[in-house]
Design a protein around this ligand. Structure first.
Ligand SMILES: Nc1ncnc2c1ncn2[C@@H]1O[C@H](COP(=O)(O)OP(=O)(O)O)[C@@H](O)[C@H]1O
Ligand SMILES: [Mg+2]
Length: 350
């Protein structure tokens, strides 16, 4: 759109001219009009502040008009509060200037995601690193001479290093799946075999934590002819992550069920527990990477053994979601705070 300096105004109506506005719009394209939620005709003659509700936009125009040089800036438009625009103000020969707005919202969003990601990783790395540093300091401060304490510390270092290794593994896994580098080997997969294999893998962990791990029998018994279009190894990984959580957030002596059923066009794999449950307000974000309901809760004494309380970076469910989506499937959760949760993965029928 083009803008003319306020001083050259002769006979426009005063409507919409903010005090000291830099200039008035002389012509606006349909895109500019859409941004202002007005018609091009309405925009003509309006001040920038009145039209776009942005003092910053007016400021960029003012500088360009006063100095007769091109100016750039970034603004958020009042009524489109969450959208970011790059403004180019280019003085026209003679009078006035040309204002061009570029929507840079998605670029800024990507940058923000990247910043958050780095902040999250740094936080997750710093926690075990600080523990290791503290232990090392205590050891060199004399504890190394006390054999019992030294052994105990060595064990702690090992656990923290395991935590770090798991974090790195999960990050690599997530970045591989997200970038689409992982090629699924989809085959007609017998749901029961996947469930049985997950239970076998997770049984030792469940037993160590005194949790019963049970199979919910699927429809059609052992001879069911239903097949899921799945990469069995990846699907198993997703279910392992869900069972891992179910055990972690169970109360002592609790039970975790793993099973499958058919839905319209899908095989639904489900993992149910009677543990802490998840407050409804957190459910919409639970599958985001690094999202955890409560950093302290997984360490509280009403859930199971300490083995599971470290190594929780909030990446497990993000991995599950990506695996499901790579299969053209979806994930979901039903949870009652205090009563337990059911997580499921729907995979298309083969
Ligand atoms: N079965 C469950 N019961 C209660 N809360 C759960 C359950 N599964 C996941 N959550 C919540 O979702 C969060 C994210 O889970 P996840 O991505 O696996 O990360 P992590 O297990 O590393 O904390 C957990 O920290 C926990 O708050
Ligand atoms: Mg987890």
């Amino acid at each position: 759109m083009t803008v003319r300096p306020e001083t050259s105004r002769v006979d426009e109506p005063a409507s919409g001219a903010g005090p000291g506005a830099a200039g008035r719009i002389t012509r606006a394209g349909s895109t500019a009009a859409r941004l202002a939620e007005r018609t091009s005709g309405d925009l003509t003659g309006m001040s920038l502040i009145a039209a776009f509700g942005s003092v910053a936009l007016d400021g960029v125009a003012r500088e360009a008009l006063e100095r007769r040089t091109s100016r750039q800036g970034e603004v958020r438009l009042g009524h489109l509060g969450s959208r970011a625009f790059q403004v180019d103000a280019l003085p026209l020969r003679g009078d006035g200037l040309l204002l061009v707005l570029h929507d840079v919202t998605s670029v800024r969003r990507v940058e923000q995601v990247r910043r958050d990601f780095i902040a999250n990783i740094s936080h997750e790395l710093r926690t075990p690193l600080s523990s290791i540093k503290l232990i090392a300091e205590t050891l060199s401060g004399g504890a190394v001479d006390d054999l019992v304490t030294a052994r105990d510390f060595a064990g702690q270092i090992e656990r923290e290093v395991d935590h770090l290794a798991q974090l790195v593994d999960e990050l690599l896994e997530l970045s591989m799946i997200e970038s689409g580098e992982v090629q699924l080997r989809v085959e007609a997969t017998q749901p029961r075999e996947v469930v049985a294999s997950v239970i076998e893998r997770m049984r030792p962990l469940a037993e160590r934590n005194r949790i019963r791990l049970e199979e919910t029998p699927g429809p059609g018994g052992p001879d069911s002819t239903t097949r899921a279009a799945a990469d069995p190894a990846r699907l198993e990984q997703a279910l392992v992550n869900l069972v891992h959580n179910a055990i972690k957030f169970s109360h002592p002596q609790g039970t975790v069920w793993v099973g499958w059923e058919t839905r319209a066009g899908y095989v639904r794999f489900a993992v149910r527990d009677e543990g802490t449950g998840i407050p409804a307000s957190h459910l919409p974000r639970i599958f985001e990477r690094f999202y955890k309901v409560d950093r302290s809760r997984a360490r509280s004494s009403d859930t199971v053994g300490s083995e599971l309380r470290t190594g929780s970076a909030g990446l497990g469910l993000a991995i599950v979601r990506h695996i499901a989506e790579a299969h053209n499937g979806i994930v979901g959760v039903d949870s009652d705070e205090g009563k337990g949760s059911t997580f499921w993965v729907d995979i298309p029928i083969a």
